[in-house]
Design a protein around this ligand. Structure first.
Ligand code: ZN
Length: 126
């Protein structure tokens, strides 16, 4: 904790600059305790900020995940309560491009394409 950080604490903890300055010069037992704890809290914020695993998902994706996790189908939409879970949901975000070739029976193939190719192994144009 440098003086700037300390001062930030005193300014936040006390209603005016005069009181803050008084405490800054002569910290109370409580102040000392707080100053000892604060660096830990700051450190915690830091790790939170540096976290890179947070993935933003849109509403539909979130809903699908909730359904999946709770094993509920779309029919029960009204019964689904909002999950309060603070756990991070980290879905694997892969862009899977599927083969758009049409099969003999008229259906779209839909297989996973080969890397850097437009079609799957079966429909690859050689
Ligand atoms: Zn294909």
């Amino acid at each position: 904790m440098d003086d700037t950080q300390k001062m930030t604490y005193f300014m936040r903890a006390y209603p005016n600059k005069k009181e803050a300055m008084e405490h800054f010069k002569k910290p109370s037992e409580y102040d000392i305790k707080m100053l000892r704890v604060l660096p830990k809290i700051y450190k915690h914020y830091e790790t939170h900020k540096n976290r890179t695993s947070i993935v933003k998902i849109d509403d539909n994706e979130a809903r699908d995940l909730i359904y999946k996790v709770h094993g509920i189908g779309n029919k029960n939409t009204n019964k689904v309560k909002e999950t309060k879970s603070k756990k991070e949901v980290v879905p694997k975000k892969e862009t899977i491009i599927t083969c758009t070739a049409t099969k003999m029976n008229g259906e779209i193939c839909g297989c996973k394409v080969k890397p850097n190719m437009k079609f799957c192994g079966r429909h690859c144009l050689k």
